[in-house]
Design a protein around this ligand. Sequence first.
Ligand code: SF4
Length: 201
Amino acid sequence: MDNTPTVHSIEASYIISYLMGAGKLNIIDWCRGWLLEKHSIAVTYEGMPRGVVKQNVLLEWNALQHSQCILLTQEKQCLIHKFRPLPCRAYGVLKMPELYCPRPFGKDESAGNRAYVGGEPALILMKETREFRKRLKERNPDWAQMGFLPTMIFRQARELEFRGMIADNKIASAKLIGTDFNTQELFQDRIEESPVNLLKA
Ligand code: SF4
C-alpha cells in the first residue's frame, strides 16, 4: 500500500516473532533507518509529543501516513503478508471517518471518496475492533499503544536503543505520536480517525 500503517504494540511483537523465525531481522534495521531518516515531510524534532499534539506535527504525521510502507517490495509484495497488521487486513472494508476504523486512506481516496464495503459487515467489524481494543487495554494497556509500523516494531524489538534515540532527539516528533502514554489518553482513540477530522480538531 502507499501508506505507512499504524499498528498496536502487540501486533508489532507478533510481527517480530515472525521476523525472528523467518531470519528477517534485518527488517528491524530498516525500521531504525526509517526512524533516523530526515524525511522532508517530517521536520519537527521536539521529542515525544506530550499533551496536546501541535497542528504542524499532526500535518507531518498525516504526510508520513501517506508515504510508502517500508515493507512493500518493488514487486508490490508485502514482506509480512500473513502477519500484516489490522489496518492492512481491514483495507477496503470499513468506511471512514467512523471512529475505530483502523485503516488509513488508500491512494486517491479522501474523506468524501473512499472505497469500502460498509453495511452490516462493516458494523460487525467496527464492533469487533472496538471490543478488541477494549480487551487489549484491560489486559495490558501497553498492548493497545498504537503508532507507525516502523516505530512500533523498533520500539518492541530494541526498547533501550529506541529510548536513547528519543533522548538524543534523533527521531522526528510525528514518528512518535501515539507510541507512548504521554499522548495516548488525548490522542490514541483519535489516531484511527480521518486525518481530515484530526486537523480540524
Ligand atoms: S504491512 Fe504490508 S499490507 Fe500493510 S501497508 Fe505495509 S506492505 Fe502494505
